[in-house]
Design a protein around this ligand. Structure first.
Ligand code: NDP
Length: 391
């Protein structure tokens, strides 16, 4: 079998690092074509030394210059490219077979779409890209013969539990949620949550933004929208189940009473290896699940009052594409402001609700309209924060 060329968008992040860990176990099947990051020169330098990609892309120009100098000093032949357009170029290059879409947030939309339009195997971690572009993205996948494989552990689990030939007999998707670090906290305690507490996820080790999203349950909300697009089901058939142990990664409920579940240790290398090898299974480095050590599997309803972000996401999806873009943009701005101690944890849903409700009804039909809505919602979110500080 010919070695597959891999581009990792967001190589310096948590998913990027786990992807390289899996690739390193299969040097005969895969080679790294391109690694990308925003500005983390140290990490990409180290990865270039080890994996010798053809290209390294740094979005920030200063970082690109610095990386180039460091690579030249050690005699490396890696070609360094700068700027966001270079992300699209490596993601759609004929020398790339598979693209790991692991940039965080809206910044991942254009290169992920470029990969889909170039007919690649798109391994989608960057859920924000799909939440923003919905039908447009799914149409691009279909029209250009791309393969879309979910990396989110929940959607990867669902993918593994669905029939291979359509949705026959499928009643519901049951998306599991750990409930985050504040599952048992009271509403008044949630007012005082610090960024340090919010990024300390009980089961998963992840980037800062998704860790905060997990703490507010916005991550689960984004995942509900992601599941609707990926699996072509209405939101009423995507249910969230809180499962604090994160042993079951999600389930599919069938019309004969069967519920199929995928279980495993909470380690992203399992879904990454599954997407890389599909339809085969590959060694991932993840330890086998010890069911006797797990002992308990608990399930609860999500608390929609203490964690309003989940309902906001269902609401946005019902309103249409403009609202989901606004939801995502407002959330990104809110999380950044929370991490920068400009707003409190409980302000996140308030800001998101306000900005999402200002979005027009309906769904944008082209990329320009998507990007305009994204930009407008960010401006509204920033002025919300400014007003909040004034009062
Ligand atoms: P990290 O914050 O760890 O990494 C983000 C990556 O994106 C880094 O490589 C970063 O580069 C790059 N990046 C950030 N901003 C930009 C930008 N403006 N342009 C280009 N690249 C940029 O995030 P995670 O790995 O945790 O998450 C990545 C995506 O995967 C998210 O969408 C998340 O929701 C999803 N996901 C993550 C999971 C996890 O376990 N971590 C699980 C399931 C989904 P730099 O380092 O230079 O800033």
């Amino acid at each position: 079998m010919a070695s597959k060329g891999i581009t990792i968008l967001g190589a310096s992040g948590s998913i990027g690092v786990s992807t390289l860990d899996v690739l390193a176990r299969h040097p005969d099947r895969f080679h790294v074509f391109a690694l990308t990051a925003n500005s983390n020169v140290d990490k990409i330098f180290e990865q270039c030394q080890r994996f010798q990609p053809r290209y390294a892309v740094m979005v920030e120009t200063v970082a690109a210059t610095l990386l180039e100098k460091r690579l030249q000093a050690v005699g490396s032949e890696v070609v360094v490219l700068a700027g966001a357009e270079a992300l699209d170029a490596v993601a759609s290059s004929p020398e790339t077979d598979y693209v790991m879409a692991a940039i965080v947030g809206a910044a991942g939309l254009l290169p992920t779409l470029a990969a889909a339009r170039a007919g690649k195997r798109v391994m989608l971690a960057n859920k924000e890209a799909l939440v923003m572009s919905g039908q447009l993205f799914i149409d691009a996948v279909r029209e250009h013969g791309a393969e879309l494989l979910p990396i989110d552990s929940e959607h990867n689990a669902v993918f593994q539990c669905l029939p291979t030939d359509g949705r026959k007999g499928v009643e519901k998707i049951l998306l599991t949620a750990s409930g985050g670090p504040f599952r048992t906290w009271s509403s008044s305690d949630l007012q005082g949550v610090t960024p340090e507490q919010a990024v300390a996820h009980p089961n998963w080790s992840m980037g800062q933004k998704i860790s905060v999203d997990s703490a507010t349950l916005m991550n689960k909300g984004l995942e509900v929208i992601e599941a609707c697009w990926l699996f072509g089901l209405p939101a009423e058939r995507v249910e969230v189940v809180v499962h604090p142990q994160s042993t079951i990664h999600s389930m599919v409920s069938y019309n004969d009473g069967s519920v199929l579940a995928q279980l495993g240790n909470p380690d992203m290398r399992t879904p990454i290896a599954y997407a890389l090898g599909w339809p085969e299974r590959l060694v991932s480095g993840v330890a086998p699940l010890d069911l006797f050590a797990t002992a308990r599997l608990d399930f609860e309803q999500p608390d929609r009052e203490r964690f309003p972000c989940l309902l906001l996401a269902y609401d946005a999806h019902a309103r249409g594409g403009y609202a989901t873009i606004a939801l995502n943009a407002a959330n990104e701005v809110a999380v950044k402001a929370f991490l920068g101690r400009e707003i409190g944890f409980a302000d996140i849903p308030l800001l998101v609700k306000d900005v999402m409700h200002q979005a027009s009804a309906g769904t944008p039909m082209n990329l320009d309209d998507i990007l305009i809505q994204d930009e407008e919602s960010r401006v509204r979110s920033l002025s919300w924060i400014k007003n909040k500080k004034l009062h």
